[in-house]
Ligand binder design. Structure first.
Ligand code: GMT
Length: 374
């Protein structure tokens, strides 16, 4: 099959999923064409059947704003015709599904459009009436629509009031990268003593991630458990988090690592992952952690309870309940046997429900289905 893929190529779960999916489809013999503004950051190896088509916006003084969406649609139409695409799989309804629909109209060849919803389009843009109609149009004009969790399907249906069939296809991780690893010297390199427990949070530090509550939870855990907190990532709330850590006198116990590529190495020295977001359609970092045998504590928000199995692979708590999050963390970190059991459960859970080969098969079946159904 010849498949076009459009995603936001920068760091973010949706870009990771789109790129890993493209890589796995290419390994199965399909021809993959990425169409985006820059090379997806996980496309780090040479694949003879993966091609990259860069969207060039150009700079015309007549436009007050660079017309990226139109440039993307034009590029998509060119690639559909020149490379004879069968399927164009776009990640995010706005703007990518809209661009794909326009491209389909412009192109001479018929192509099927698959749109995957990742959350922010529905949970953030959907709240804004300006985009609601646009999202509905993108979803209803797509040949197939998928969402990364049941919760996101329900939210989407509630928001745009549609009968469109939306399939749940869960996220996955590249198991060759995210797996249990031994890294005996890494803890020491970060100045963490062997007996200290390590908690980790990874995000883009947007307000919805509630990084301040991660710090407050850690402060309570620290009172009882000899531990460190790794904060990985960067974003709008970074400076205020640094300030909060200073104010709480935790400078020596919270390590700000910024954006990192070696996530699985950092997970290999972590005992527990925290994700206390107020909105999260899936929470890919949870799956990355669990695949590396790291149990998780998350809020019972959005798709998080579909990823964390409460009291088996970790715990879920009500949004804002840092008291309970800390209590669960202490229970787990102080009980070696329980921590080991949860670590094993976490790993087995990813193997059972989120295996990459199974998820890729689900996408492939969907492509085949829409190609023969019309
Ligand atoms: O969480 C973000 O801010 C980034 C965003 C993205 O584009 O990667 O994440 C969304 O898609 C991920 C991949 O499907 C999900 O794991 C995240 O839960 C989802 N974020 C939100 O729903 C806030």
């Amino acid at each position: 099959m010849k498949i076009g893929i459009t995603c936001y190529p920068t760091v973010g779960g949706s870009g990771v999923i789109a790129t890993e999916l493209g890589k796995m489809l290419a390994e199965d013999g399909n021809e993959i064409h990425f169409i985006s503004s820059s090379l997806p950051f996980r496309l780090d190896k040479f694949y003879p059947n993966i091609f990259y088509h860069e969207v060039d916006v150009g700079h015309y003084p007549v436009f007050q704003y660079p017309p990226y969406d139109l440039a993307l649609a034009t590029k998509m139409a060119d690639v559909i015709d020149e490379k004879e695409l069968d399927v164009l799989h776009v990640h995010y309804a706005v703007p990518h599904a809209i661009c794909a629909i326009l491209a389909k109209d412009i192109a001479e060849r018929d192509v099927k459009i698959v749109t995957t919803l990742h959350g922010t389009d529905i949970t953030v843009l959907g709240v804004d009436n300006t985009f609601k109609k646009m999202i509905k149009y993108g979803i209803e004009k797509s040949d197939a629509v998928t969402a990364v969790s049941k919760s996101l399907v329900n939210q989407t249906k509630e928001m745009i009031d549609t009968n469109k069939d939306i399939s749940i296809i869960y996220n996955f991780v590249n198991e060759e990268e995210y797996m249990p690893k031994q890294n005996p010297t890494l803890k020491q390199k970060y100045g963490i003593a062997a007996e200290e427990k390590v908690m980790i949070h990874i995000s883009n530090f947007r307000r919805v991630k509630r990084v301040d509550e991660i710090v407050h939870t850690f402060r309570k855990v620290k009172e009882q458990v000899n531990s460190k907190l790794l904060l990985v990532g960067d974003g709008p709330e970074y400076s205020s988090t640094v300030q909060l850590v200073k104010n709480l006198g935790l400078d020596n116990d919270v390590l700000f690592l910024g954006k990192q590529n070696n996530i699985s190495d950092l997970l290999s020295i972590s005992d527990l992952m925290l994700l206390l977001s107020e909105k999260e359609s899936f929470g890919l970092v949870l799956l990355e952690a669990m695949a590396c045998m790291v149990p998780c504590i998350g809020t019972d928000v959005g798709g998080i309870p579909e990823v964390i199995k409460h009291e088996e692979t970790g715990y879920t708590v009500e949004l804002g309940n840092t008291e309970l999050a800390a209590k669960y963390a202490i229970q787990l970190l102080e009980d070696t046997e329980k921590l080991e059991e949860f670590s094993r459960n976490a790993f087995n859970h990813t193997q059972r429900y989120f295996k990459s080969s199974e998820i890729v098969k689900q996408y492939m079946n969907l492509y085949k289905h829409i190609l023969i159904s019309k």
